[in-house]
Write a protein that binds this ligand. Structure first.
Ligand SMILES: [Zn+2]
Ligand SMILES: [Zn+2]
Length: 375
């Protein structure tokens, strides 16, 4: 957004150079990044203040702003990019470019790239055993079907942008404390497409893109973790003016399963054995991911002990060999027994020489003797 440098510095239109300088000094001290470390708002404000001062401290730029509301380097007819005027903001932008690496500059050189998109897909644990196909439906921007992506009304065609000579980028010589430095930035007139459109396409309003509903089938690899993002190159929105299409990121959501806890490739489940089963041992059926599994409960199984069922867990990502299913044994204790059952348990205790349980409340020993059972 273009900002009025006078209001940024809080000075009247007829402010003297000294007034401007002192207003700038006061604000610069207040918002300086050294005084406000890690405060992006202050940093933004500091840039605004510096840019405003760069305009108002230069008599030529100030006069030009007063007359046209523009700064000198701006292409006429496009007041959108106020910061293009060559103030401090450009130095910050230039620094960002210098440290951002070469990728950004090369991406800029032709047209505007399409946006990336993100869709979420839910798969359950069973679907992780083998690669699974998932159908997706999502919206993206695709080349307009009326103008075939040119953005120009049918029968007309875009012309090369005069401001950047059709390259989509503008190069400036910048005088900085480091000397004279050449900077490039996206052309503000054509937004980097290198083309200008006299008569915009009525369907896409000259954007060259329209919203389409895309259907796509993706393969979810076996064994992926919840939150994994799969990149489908080129399936984001289309670029314009030769820009590259964006990518589609398919984020795999694996919801929690009440039956299993996931520990990497291993799954953990619980099995509730009866007291008698745990004591004597038994063949029991465990619910595995690919169906019921028969396994033996050893005599004398203790609560909290583990049974490891090899190869009944999940595969590695893209793999086939599976981890294990770990069964934690719980022993269920009956919450209510009949008098006859209680009698057997007392006999059992007696035979083993264990203390004789006396019971409590209505289930107590005396209560039992006098038949005061609650049913
Ligand atoms: Zn169109
Ligand atoms: Zn241009």
């Amino acid at each position: 957004m273009p900002q009025d440098p006078y209001s940024v510095l809080g000075v009247p239109r007829d402010a003297t150079a000294d007034q401007i300088k002192s207003a700038y000094r006061k604000l610069a001290r207040q918002y300086h990044p050294d005084v406000n470390p890690g405060n992006p708002e202050a940093e933004e404000k500091f840039k605004e203040v510096s840019t405003a001062y760069a305009v108002l401290s230069d008599p030529d730029k100030r006069a030009r702003f007063d007359q046209f509301g523009l700064t000198e380097d701006q292409p006429s007819g496009n007041p959108g990019d106020y910061f293009g005027g060559g103030g401090f903001a450009d130095i910050f932008g230039m620094m960002e470019e210098m440290f951002a690496g070469g990728g950004r500059t090369s991406r800029r050189s032709s047209g505007r790239d399409g946006e990336d998109h993100r869709v979420e897909v839910t798969v359950n644990l069973e679907e992780l055993l083998t690669p699974s196909e998932k159908g997706l439906t999502y919206k993206r921007m695709a080349g307009c079907s009326t103008c075939h992506g040119s953005g120009a009304a049918p029968g007309t065609s875009p012309t090369s942008c005069g401001a950047c000579g059709g390259t989509g980028v503008v190069t400036r010589m910048q005088q900085t404390i480091l000397g004279s430095i050449r900077t490039t930035s996206t052309c503000g007139v054509c937004q980097g497409t290198g083309k200008t459109i006299a008569e915009p396409c009525p369907t896409c309003k000259g954007r060259g893109l329209e919203v389409v509903t895309e259907k796509l089938s993706v393969t979810i690899p076996s064994g992926v973790e919840d939150g994994t993002a799969l990149r489908v190159p080129g399936k984001g929105s289309d670029g314009v003016g030769g820009g590259r299409p964006g990518d589609l990121y398919v984020v795999v959501h694996v919801p929690e399963d009440p039956r299993f806890e996931r520990h990497g490739r291993d799954l953990v489940t619980t099995y509730k054995a009866t007291f008698a089963q745990a004591v004597i041992g038994d063949t029991v059926q465990i619910q595995g991911l690919s169906g019921p599994i028969d396994t033996s409960l050893e005599p004398g199984t203790q609560p909290g002990s583990h049974i490891r069922l090899r190869g009944e867990g999940l595969p590695r990502v893209n793999g086939t060999s599976r981890g294990d299913l770990i069964v934690i044994c719980e022993i269920s204790v009956p919450t209510k027994v009949t008098e006859a059952e209680a009698q057997l348990l007392r006999q059992f205790a007696e035979m083993r020489g264990e203390p004789m349980p006396q019971g409590v409340g209505s289930q107590g020993f005396l209560g039992g003797l006098f038949g005061k059972k609650k049913k």
